[in-house]
Design a protein around this ligand. Sequence first.
Ligand SMILES: [Zn+2]
Length: 279
Amino acid sequence: MPESRFMVKPCIVCGGREFRYWATRKGIDVVICTQCGHGRSELPETYATDIEEHYDDGYYHAMSYDRRWRFRVGRATRWLRYVAEIKPPPGNMLDIGCSMGYYLAAARRLGWTPYGTDISRHALKVANAHGAGTFWSLHPDGFPDWLPPLDVVTAAQVIEHLHDPIDYLSALRGHMVSGGVIYVQVPNFQKLLRQGPEKPYMGPPEHAQFFTIETIRRTMEKAGWEVVQYPKLRPSTIGPKLWQWLPELVFEYPRELTREANTRNGRLSNMHIMARAPQ
Ligand SMILES: [Zn+2]
């Protein structure tokens, strides 16, 4: 019997080869690495080649991406303000999985020059209408030559769709300026584990990876990024003066502790990670 029949694809995070079953969705199993807790969909090999089909007009209409423009731009602006505290504008910013261009609009508002990429040509058409430099791509190796070196990259609800996020994230570093910052937002697997697989959730085939707070950090680090905000969102801005750091200590610090606890115990749906391309 060919050996390949018994080969288990190792865990992308820790290399472990032991998995336990968690759930089945649309005929595809979701399994959990017993060593590190990372979840993954056991997608058929053919899925990667016809991935584009999953993000046609229908996907976006079903997700009502066309609606609530102002709400979504406002939310993107809020996250980008955190990025700006680490890597202030101006500069070139690329949003991966730019969809209709919410982050692009927010980036322009805050002073960056926005670029966007997506695998949905429908979404790109809409994003383009908002005047950002957009292009279709599946992988950073295929980014166009005209794309300038990037100061900031954002990828909200993207990495969990990738078959090989480590390869993608490390190829991405080649497009960054030294010290460039990436903001990644992924769903919190702890939340799904807490609520159980019978509750509605985005699973396979769209979602290939299920990150916990530990496994997203390890994924970023394996791809060569230096995690700077994890899972804390506010950078430490404690200044020399009492009136500056007191509100931070009293209001922000406990809030961040709560955020971390709520991420770990699965009360928060999404995780926000920022990392820097090494100097
Ligand atoms: Zn693992």
